[in-house]
Design a protein around this ligand. Structure first.
Ligand code: SAH
Length: 214
């Protein structure tokens, strides 16, 4: 069960900081204020949970910086009833932020078995129920659940996976950091069967989106 009272003051401060940094979507700020990030941190690092920084988690991966989570979530422009796919479950923090939206159905894919298992158990313990989590390669998206109204990639993609564009509903948004060393935050909006609007939103740094071993 989530103890939502713990560290409320620190979360409020984090939300203020996010506002100062330019996050202005009230729903995003409410979601960021409601998710207890300390549960998603490694035990030795919990004291830093409300600092606006990325930290290491298992399997050489990172829990994304709160500003990045808020920024990407804002670009997703989620609406009630949306089906959203996250690539890179990781710690589950971004997953929980997506689940803070009422009436949004969350699907998430992670390729590291260790994180997939650990985060699945954690979300259960916190009584957060995404529609489905799978262990797999996010490059391929999730054919059987497509189309999605929103897709968020939380690892740096050397190129935009074609499957993800194909799995967007018309009007759907793909938010993806693109690049090798640094990544340019990019949003695609599917405007028609074969047409997309593409816009970029500055430079970020993510752990790499990796291809399947086989
Ligand atoms: N949203 C997460 C970010 C974790 S880092 C959080 O804030 O905790 C990015 C995650 O993407 C890692 O867990 C990594 O294992 C995963 N990942 C990398 N390549 C992937 C792929 N091809 N498919 C699915 N997940 C992938």
């Amino acid at each position: 069960m989530i103890d939502s009272t713990k560290h409320q003051g620190q979360r409020r401060q984090l939300v203020q900081l996010l506002e100062q940094k330019g996050i202005d979507d009230a729903q995003v700020l409410a979601a960021m204020g409601s998710v207890p990030r300390h549960f998603f941190m490694d035990s030795g690092l919990q004291a830093y949970a409300y600092a606006d920084k990325a930290y290491p988690i298992s399997a050489d991966q990172t829990i994304s910086q709160p500003y990045t989570v808020a920024f990407q979530t804002q670009l997703l422009a989620l609406k009630k009833g949306d089906k959203v796919l996250e690539i890179g479950t990781g710690s589950g923090y971004q997953t929980a932020v997506l689940m803070a939206y009422q009436g949004v159905k969350v699907f998430s894919i992670e390729r590291q078995q260790e994180l997939f298992k650990k985060t699945g158990l954690l979300l259960k313990k916190l009584q957060l129920r995404p529609k489905k989590l799978i262990l797999g390669d996010g490059y391929k998206g999730w054919t059987t659940e497509a189309p999605f109204n929103a897709i968020i990639v939380t690892a740096g993609a050397p190129e935009v996976p074609k499957a993800l564009l194909e799995q967007l509903a018309i009007g759907g948004r793909l938010v993806i950091p693109v690049g090798e060393k640094d990544q340019v935050m990019t949003r695609y909006i599917r405007t028609g069967e074969k047409t997309f609007d593409r816009k970029t939103y500055g430079v970020f740094r993510f752990v790499p989106l990796l291809k399947d071993r086989n």
